[in-house]
Each structure stands twice: as structure tokens, then as C-alpha cells.
Design a protein around this ligand. Structure first.
Ligand SMILES: Cc1ncc(C[n+]2csc(CCOP(=O)(O)OP(=O)(O)O)c2C)c(N)n1
Length: 542
């Protein structure tokens, strides 16, 4: 091993490096903890990376790239896959000509998410091969394996990671040489890619055949391996749980699975036969244990209490000891709060003062739910503020309906608020509605990424800008206001009062750069102006 090549990388960085080394032509995604750093790092390494308005679009863009014969990477957090699930399921039928790796970064324990769904279920539901690395070296190596599988079976691969794999730093030995991928080139395959029922029916059969072939291949795949140990205890595990298992039960024999759908059932059955007791250790849902038991293989699982949150070494020890006593309660962390000078404070103060019923959304501003404001009444998923607010307006008695307001951030609006705005125009409630778009010129919550409304690319270079107020006006909304909320002036309060009383559709855009990166944003804006000034005027159509 060439020691000088050893790098200390997070799992996210390792994925990005592998993507670069494997010649991935395009990476697209939408920010979301713990996946965000993958594309940022890929871009820093010189890769072509872009933020899409949302995960569905990102997946569609990368499907297109992979239809064109290129290697493509799509990244998102676990809930992002819900948004992208429509193209995901059908891409399993169409398959791809190049390679397509879909990274789902799950967040067991909800360090930074609204739920802890286990996306391994998506691999089964959509019928996709799935790989699960346990550390950064595997994140790097499995990316090459995923590309190989994707190209061999012409199918997207679900690359499932979790917070600890994404964010832990471990040593990576990168490959010394990299084979260049085939050049992208379009080959027509109408029956393979146009999913009308007549072509989709055989496509579904092709998918099941591929899965059967992959399962057979997986029986001897190097992506699963056995760590030798005593015969009395066997453990089947995958992902980060493998690390906890090694520490919690160093004496155990371990079947570590890396290729976790379709599962190598013969290998698993053989392993189970060779040990006196076999326990499946996995974070989140009982995905492995259910599948193994359904195949008639007797294994122990974990008690339901361990389904919640992340596993760690003590919890694995408790599972192995069948310990069902209450777990020690962790000391509460310091609750997050809005920055002192954040514009959102002005907005939430006014919403509270008017006793508004606030259909909220996801971003830094969700902190408006906490004291001292407690001015948010719902938060379901990105973009839901509009639909939920409108639904409330439709059914509540007029005195309550008039107090309903939807509140959404600028990045979230671009992600999935636009269709809600279209709904607002199309099915306006009798009392009208008030939408507040909190425009801080960035995606603050996930670490200040760009989005289509900032007019800058992922690499912060100037590009076309979607102007919120122009968009709202273009839909026919007459009351569209842009205001800089300033503390102590009462301006925002007056505008809100007027809109609430109007019984019309109103959009209030509160615009002030995020205080944490205001200086940086100013520099980007200055660069943009210089760039605009240097451009020759474009000819406009008559
Ligand atoms: C489907 C989905 N994708 C990504 C995320 C992660 N995420 C939560 S809020 C958010 C955007 C926040 O930006 P913005 O709306 O501008 O609000 P800000 O944090 O800037 O106040 C992101 C990317 C998520 N929760 N759900």
C-alpha cells in the first residue's frame, strides 16, 4: 500500500472523489443533510455539479445524462427520494445506457430531518439494486462497484448511506489508475425508454429478470464478506451498524452485507447454519430481518424499542443481551434559535401579534415554532405550507380563515412551493390567502447553498435568476409586495394587516440577505454586476 496516497475523508467526500475518478460526467441534486457535501466536493474537485430546484428534477436530469450514455450521480437526503420517487420507479423499468447512481443519505435519529424513514424499502419497492457502505473507504470503493453494476445491468443503483457514514472521517486509499468511461452518445431505444403500457409491460419483466440475475451474482459478490469469529454467536449486519457490531461483540462471527438488495439468501442461509445463535443488527426498520425471515431462515431481530434513533455500541450490546429495560436518557442539547438580527424575527413577531394560523414550512424559519414566537401551526414537508394553508382557508369559518397565512423560504419555494402558488391562483379560497416568502437569498438551513432564485450556480458563478415577484405577478396575482423587514418600524406589521383584511390573494416577499453570510452575498452580487457590465448587450427580439 502506498502510504502517501492515504487520505482522511468523510463518506460524502469519498463518494465525490470516486465519482471524479470514475469520470462521472454530471452530478445533480438538491441540498439536504447529510448529503449536501457530496456535490459541493465534487464541484471543488472539478466535476460538473449542479443544484436542481428539487430532487425530482435532479433525478430526471441525471436520468437524461445516463440515457445519453454518460455516468451520472444524483444526490439527496432520504426525504428527497419521496420527491424523486416518481421518476425513480419508472427509471427502474427504462434502465439506463450509461451509469446512474442515486445517493440516498438517510438520517436515522433525525439529527436534521422531519422523519427517520428507512429508504432501503425504496430499493425493494422500485426494484433497484442497493449498496450500503460502512465507512469512507467503502463509500469510495462501492461507488466503482455501483457504476459497474449499473453499466452491466443497465439499471440505476441506489447508494444508501446514513449520517454517520456521510460525516465520519476515515482513511481512504484511492485507486492509482482510473479507466476513462465511454464518451456520451445518444442511441435511440424507443421501446426501452418510452413507457407507454405496451412497452412498460415487457420492461417490468426485464426488470425482474435483471433482479434475479443480480441476486445470483450477489451470492458470490465481494461486496459481502464474513469476518471470522466464534461459532456461538453470528451477526448479520450492514452499513454503519457493522462498525458498532465489531466493537460491541468482537468475538462474534459477522456476515457483513454491502449489496443489500437483492439479498444473497443462499449465502445468508449458509451463514446462519454455521452458528448456534444468529442476530440481525440493523439501524431503523427491520428490513434485513423481515426479508431473511420471509425466506424461512431463522434469525433473531431487535426489540421494537431499538427501531427508533441511531444505534451505537451500548445499544448493540443491549440488543444482543435482550435487554428491554428503559434506556438511559441523553441530556438535552441546547435548543437552536433564530439569529439575533434575523429578518424572520420581525415576521414571526407580527404573525404572533395577529394570532395568525400559520401553515409553515421547512428551513431556518421553522424555528418560529419555538419560544418566544410559537408562531407556526404546521410543518409537514417541503412546500406543504401552501397547500395546507389553502386547505385551512377553504374549510374554516371566515373569522378564522382570514387569519391563515402560509410561510415559506425562498429555496423551499423554488423546490416545491411554485405548484402550491399555482393552486392558490387556480382554487382561491373565498377569503383570499396570504403567502409570505422569506427571501434571504440563500438556502441557509443546509449551509447556504445557491438556488434558482439567487441567480448563482452551485459554484456561486452568475447564471439566470428566477425573480420571485415577477413569477407571482405572471400568475395574475395583483397584490405582490417586496419589503425589507426592519425591526421597530412596524412597516411589515402594517402590510400584513392590510393583506389579511383584503380578502384577496396576496404574496409578501420579505427580502433581506441572511445575516450569517451577508458579506459574502454582497461580494457575489458585486461580481455579478461587474460580469453584467462586461457582457455585450444581447439583441432582443423585435
Ligand atoms: C425533500 C427535502 N429535501 C431537502 C430537505 C432539506 N432542507 C430542509 S429545508 C431546506 C431549504 C431551506 O431553505 P429556505 O427555504 O431558503 O430557508 P432558510 O433555511 O434559508 O431560512 C432544505 C434544503 C428536506 N427537508 N426535504
Amino acid at each position: 500500500m502506498n502510504e502517501s496516497n492515504r487520505l482522511l475523508l468523510s463518506g460524502d467526500e469519498a463518494i465525490a472523489l470516486a465519482a471524479r475518478h470514475a469520470g462521472v460526467a454530471l452530478g445533480a441534486g438538491y441540498p439536504g443533510t447529510p448529503s449536501t457535501e457530496i456535490l459541493e466536493h465534487f464541484s471543488e474537485l472539478g466535476g460538473h455539479a449542479q443544484w436542481s430546484p428539487n430532487e425530482k428534477v435532479a433525478l430526471e436530469v441525471t436520468i437524461g445524462a445516463a440515457f445519453g450514455g454518460a455516468r451520472a450521480l444524483c444526490t439527496m437526503k432520504h426525504v428527497g427520494l419521496n420527491v424523486a420517487s416518481d421518476p425513480l420507479f419508472t427509471a427502474a423499468y427504462t434502465g439506463v445506457s450509461g451509469a446512474l447512481i442515486v445517493v440516498s443519505a438517510d438520517d436515522p435519529g433525525m439529527a436534521s430531518s422531519q422523519n427517520e424513514q428507512d429508504n432501503r424499502r425504496y430499493a425493494v419497492a422500485a426494484g433497484l439494486p442497493m449498496l450500503e457502505p460502512s465507512d469512507s473507504q467503502e463509500a469510495y470503493d462501492f461507488m466503482f462497484a455501483a457504476i459497474e453494476i449499473s453499466e452491466r445491468w443497465q439499471i440505476p443503483v441506489l447508494f444508501r448511506v446514513t449520517t454517520r457514514v456521510c460525516h465520519s472521517y476515515t482513511v481512504v486509499q484511492p485507486r492509482a489508475t482510473h479507466e476513462a468511461p465511454k464518451a456520451a452518445s445518444f442511441e435511440r431505444d424507443i421501446r426501452g425508454r418510452v413507457m407507454i403500457p405496451a412497452y412498460a409491460r415487457p420492461a417490468h419483466r426485464r426488470l425482474r429478470k435483471k433482479l434475479a440475475e443480480m441476486q445470483a451474482w450477489n451470492e458470490a459478490s465481494p461486496l459481502n464478506h464474513i469476518v471470522q469469529g466464534g461459532q456461538s454467536l453470528g451477526i448479520i449486519t450492514s452499513g454503519i451498524s457493522f462498525m458498532h457490531v465489531r466493537e460491541a461483540a468482537p468475538e462474534a462471527r459477522v456476515l457483513k452485507l454491502g449489496f443489500t438488495h437483492p439479498l444473497p439468501m443462499d449465502k445468508i442461509a449458509q451463514f446462519v447454519k454455521g452458528v448456534s445463535r444468529c442476530v440481525v443488527i440493523e439501524e431503523g426498520d427491520p428490513y434485513l430481518v423481515d426479508a431473511i425471515r420471509a425466506a424461512g431462515i431463522p434469525v433473531e431481530g431487535k426489540a421494537d424499542m431499538y427501531r427508533f434513533g441511531e444505534l451505537d455500541v451500548p445499544r448493540v450490546q443491549r440488543i444482543l443481551a435482550n435487554d428491554l429495560s428503559p434506556e438511559p436518557i441523553k441530556p438535552p442539547g441546547k435548543p437552536p434559535q433564530l439569529c439575533d438580527a434575523c429578518q424572520y424575527r420581525v415576521v414571526f413577531e407580527a404573525l404572533r401579534k395577529h394570532d395568525c394560523i400559520v401553515a409553515g414550512d421547512i428551513g431556518c424559519y421553522t424555528l418560529g415554532v419555538l419560544q418566544p414566537f410559537e408562531a407556526m401551526d404546521s410543518c409537514v414537508c417541503m412546500g406543504a405550507s401552501l397547500g395546507v394553508g389553502l386547505g385551512l382557508r377553504h374549510v374554516l369559518p371566515p373569522d378564522q380563515a382570514r387569519r391563515v397565512v402560509s410561510v415559506i423560504g425562498d429555496s423551499t419555494f423554488m423546490h416545491s412551493g411554485i405548484s402550491g402558488l399555482v393552486e392558490m391562483v387556480y382554487n382561491p379560497p373565498p377569503t383570499g390567502h396570504v403567502l409570505i416568502i422569506l427571501d434571504n437569498s440563500t438556502t441557509a438551513m443546509t449551509g447556504h447553498q445557491e438556488h434558482p432564485g439567487t441567480g448563482r450556480t452551485l459554484a456561486h458563478e452568475p447564471t439566470n435568476k428566477v425573480v420571485l415577484e415577477d413569477l407571482a405577478r405572471s400568475l395574475g396575482i395583483r397584490r405582490v409586495y417586496v419589503i425589507e423587514p426592519r425591526m421597530g418600524t412596524g412597516e411589515f406589521d402594517r402590510l400584513l394587516t392590510e393583506c389579511l383584511e383584503s380578502n384577496e390573494l396576496a404574496v409578501i416577499i420579505t427580502r433581506r440577505p441572511c445575516i450569517l453570510i451577508a458579506k459574502q452575498l454582497k461580494q457575489y452580487e458585486d461580481q455579478r454586476c461587474e460580469c453584467d457590465a462586461a457582457q455585450p448587450a444581447t439583441a432582443s427580439a423585435p
